[in-house]
Design a protein around this ligand. Sequence first.
Ligand code: GSH
Length: 216
Amino acid sequence: MSLVFYHGHGSPYSWRVWLALEHLGIPYELKVISFSEKDQLKPEFVALNPRHQVPTIAHDGFALWESLAILEYLDEIVPARRLYPGTPQERARIRRLAREDEEHLDRKCLTPIYDELYMKPAGTPPDEARLEDARRQLAGELDYFGRELRGAFLAGEAPTAADFVLYPDIAYVKRIGAKKPESKLAGILPPPIAQWAARIEALPYFEKTFPPHWRS
Ligand SMILES: N[C@@H](CCC(=O)N[C@@H](CS)C(=O)NCC(=O)O)C(=O)O
């Protein structure tokens, strides 16, 4: 079996897949796509993934993109199925948490914060009302996910797909809070989520997945 993993450092979607590959112990060849070099638009990559996005995997010639589809696929190709473990109900709950991260925490909270603080032309001030609304919603989402913890992780004592989907977004909250004081995100993580994030960061494979350009 040969699996090639096309990854972009800093992509939250791609980070999910890297954590999952490591957690499952699936051997893979890492190919880093450089956005500054526009690698994703090069013909060889577009031939593999016409949407030119990471994450993308190629498994024995089968190309797959969309991080949630990849996570479910990875779960199916290993015998223990540890990304979505448990009963149909427990597995459905993990899928629900992953979708809730995308729909609520990511789309309604992080996207407007990122737009206001990183995407506006230089010199254009952020829309404070939009920022404040997103921050308020984010605080609610963080409490919500804190209440969804079931032990050390979201679905018990071992991490699952739900944790790997949520973690990169929490890492973004931490990073924006540290890099942009005007975001007022520093200190927004409630203790259950801060402690959960520390448990993810203590996983033996975590360090290798950390975006290298975030170290400075
Ligand atoms: N829904 C997709 C989103 C993937 C995505 O947006 N990837 C971005 C990086 S964060 C990308 O590759 N952008 C490059 C491009 O669109 O050209 C997933 O879950 O995998």
